[in-house]
Design a protein around this ligand. Structure first.
Ligand SMILES: [Zn+2]
Length: 191
């Protein structure tokens, strides 16, 4: 129900209440006809509001939003938000990529904070007459991908059309074993 519908329906229902208050044995037929018209009007408004927005989720915030069958309230938007919150809980505060950490952890695999989070890439694609196909290396930088496509378009045997696809990869912690407590690394310590 949108705001305009809510306002109109509220007004119509309150009017019915007033009719009820004013009703008496001396109420003339003309008044009853007026009441009948107002009841009909309120019913129409109610039907509009109900059929226009049958909720798809049980979420009060996004009743008609996309559905996630696995979510307790069926709301994909809120479930995505909850998932991100759970992930932050597991990972601790997000590392600031601009500032190197005081004690860089040496690991042949690196730490997750070393990688862009979430990871995104830009894929140059060309139209081959039948479908879109990748026409160059996926780039980490959008500007670079656009320059690449611009160069491709100027080439002698350029394709009919090009497009830039944004690939977005998110990470999700599935399960944690043990308790990750932040420990200070001793200056001479060996990991
Ligand atoms: Zn929601």
């Amino acid at each position: 129900m949108n705001h305009a519908q809510l306002t109109a329906l509220g007004r119509a229902l309150r009017l019915l209440g007033e009719h009820g208050e004013a009703l008496g044995s001396d109420t003339p037929d003309a008044k009853l006809h007026e009441v009948k018209a107002d009841v009909r009007r309120a019913l129409e408004l109610l039907e509009e509001s109900v059929t226009a927005a049958k909720p798809t989720t049980r979420c009060p915030e996004h009743p008609n939003g996309p559905v996630d069958k696995g979510a307790p309230d069926l709301c994909l938007l809120c479930e995505t938000r909850r998932r991100a919150a759970r992930r932050d809980e597991f990972n601790g505060p997000a590392p600031n990529p601009q500032q190197p950490t005081e004690h860089p952890v040496q690991s042949r695999y690196g730490v997750r904070g070393d990688r862009p989070q979430p990871q995104q890439r830009w894929l140059p694609e060309l139209w081959n007459g039948q479908s879109w196909q990748l026409c160059g290396t996926p780039r980490r930088d959008r500007r670079e991908a656009e320059l690449f496509i611009a160069a491709q378009r100027r080439a002698p045997r350029a394709a009919m059309a090009y497009r830039l696809v944004h690939e977005f990869t998110d990470y999700e912690v599935l399960r944690v074993w043990g308790t990750p407590v932040r420990v200070d690394i001793e200056p001479m310590g060996n990991l």
